[in-house]
Design a protein around this ligand. Structure first.
Ligand SMILES: CC(C)(COP(=O)(O)OP(=O)(O)OC[C@H]1O[C@@H](n2cnc3c(N)ncnc32)[C@H](O)[C@@H]1OP(=O)(O)O)[C@@H](O)C(=O)NCCC(=O)NCCS
Length: 186
């Protein structure tokens, strides 16, 4: 059977190397905690995750391959932006594009939820993450002095602002308009 026909009939086996993104669930916690502890000096506890994910505007997603969790992200929905709270890839799986996949999903969410930007805070000393986010077209917007209670370290607030290409790819109807501002301008 041709690939096209087989695909149409759903008989092509799923690519075992494919990365799958899905919502985080309670059962993922041991794997997520493993990645968290291996990734951060000042890591979240399981309670931090659960407390955060109980908030109505807080969303967790994991990247997995063959049902093995390779990375995750936790973000909040605000009226005009998505704010990334936690983000990590398993140390042995880094530099294979998993972080890029997660960020792309975030940009998709930003467009489909009609938000205007993605924001995050990154530790001043976390150069690898700064380079990663810069490669993903984030830019440093401001310095948050003494942002972290644990170490007193400063943070950079980094932001991703959508480009036309994002709206074409994900947004459907183009960039969001601020209806209140339009009304006030009359
Ligand atoms: C930051 C992090 C999530 C990146 O994830 P990743 O899956 O390794 O990233 P990707 O493979 O998708 O990298 C995409 C691009 O980002 C850049 N990049 C990623 N890691 C980098 C590093 N350590 N140094 C320089 N550039 C880097 C590169 O341009 C890379 O493309 P390339 O590999 O083709 O050169 C990962 O390093 C991590 O988990 N770090 C610890 C946790 C952390 O700091 N989280 C962020 C908190 S704000």
């Amino acid at each position: 059977m041709s690939v096209t026909r087989a695909a149409r009939w759903g008989r092509v086996a799923a690519d075992p190397m494919a990365i799958h993104l899905r919502w985080m669930i309670r059962r993922d916690m041991p794997d997520i905690m493993g990645i968290e502890l291996a990734s951060f000096e000042y890591s979240w506890t399981e309670d931090d995750f659960l407390r955060c994910l109980r908030q109505r505007n807080c969303i967790g997603m994991v990247a997995e391959r063959n049902e093995t969790i390779l990375g995750f992200m936790v973000y909040e929905l605000h009226p005009t932006r998505l704010n990334l709270l936690n983000f990590a890839v398993h140390p042995e799986q880094r530099r294979t594009g998993i972080g890029r996949r997660l960020v792309r999903k975030l940009v998709y969410k930003m467009c489909s939820h009609r938000r205007q930007k993605v924001t995050l805070a990154v530790r001043e000393g976390n150069t690898a993450a700064q380079l990663f986010f810069r490669a993903a077209r984030f830019s440093a917007a401001k310095v948050l002095r003494g942002y972290y209670e644990d170490s007193g370290e400063d943070a950079y607030q980094m932001e991703y602002l959508p480009v036309a290409h994002d709206w074409e790819e994900f947004g459907g109807g183009g960039a969001p308009t601020n209806r209140i501002a339009m009304y006030e301008a009359r």
